[in-house]
Design a protein around this ligand. Sequence first.
Ligand SMILES: Nc1ncnc2c1ncn2[C@@H]1O[C@H](COP(=O)(O)OP(=O)(O)OP(=O)(O)O)[C@@H](O)[C@H]1O
Ligand SMILES: [Mg+2]
Length: 231
Amino acid sequence: MEKNEYILELKDVHKIYGRGTPNEVHALRGINLNIRKGEMVAMMGPSGCGKTTMLHIIGGLSKPTSGTILVNGINLDDFSGTKLADFRNRELGFIFQLFNLFPFLTALQNVLVPLLIQQLDEGEARTRANIILRELGLGGRMDHRPGELSGGQEQRVAIARALVTQPSILLGDEPTGDLDTLTSSDIMDLFRRLNQENKQTMLLVTHNKFVGNECDRIIRMNDGIVVDDDL
Ligand SMILES: Nc1ncnc2c1ncn2[C@@H]1O[C@H](COP(=O)(O)OP(=O)(O)OP(=O)(O)O)[C@@H](O)[C@H]1O
Ligand SMILES: [Mg+2]
């Protein structure tokens, strides 16, 4: 039996940017959410409604102003700095909205980074990085730097980097935003296969109805709250 029913629990999570200044923004206004292990969830909602803010908080990249985030029953607040970084590297895969690739590293080197941080043997790391890059159709682009790739190729390198550690939770911020329909559909097939083979939990922010419909569940946000959850 699973130790916890939910892999992810958010309890009354608020985020206020620039609190007490004239620029104060109440980006999250009380988010409550439970996600089970192995669920493939789409998060949708208009620009500025708080989707990226929520992913960053779940990923431990930013702290909530108030509220609780439990991952596998563990409160993110209980992690110290190094423990949090270690947890992020081992358990989470993050596909950022702006990719965040290292510009001076090749596609292959970018994908190797998280494995080398885990101190995986370099030969093994190269094998794994090669496999995932080829699965994403980048077999011929491994030695190219981000500036020498198309937007969609950069996005696929970012996806490869997030998947290569086989994270238990994949957090994707518009993971197919720069891809055409056919490529998006291939990526969704890959996500689904990994989801089924490894029971990986996936939380995908998207504006794309197709991506939403490929998921098990759609959570809709507006103005910092969840307005609809087809659980
Ligand atoms: N670092 C920040 N400082 C101040 N305000 C911020 C910051 N980051 C985001 N915001 C504000 O918080 C709100 C939520 O932003 P967020 O990036 O979470 O939206 P989003 O739903 O991801 O939008 P999009 O679909 O355009 O990516 C917005 O009003 C935004 O202007
Ligand atoms: Mg965003």
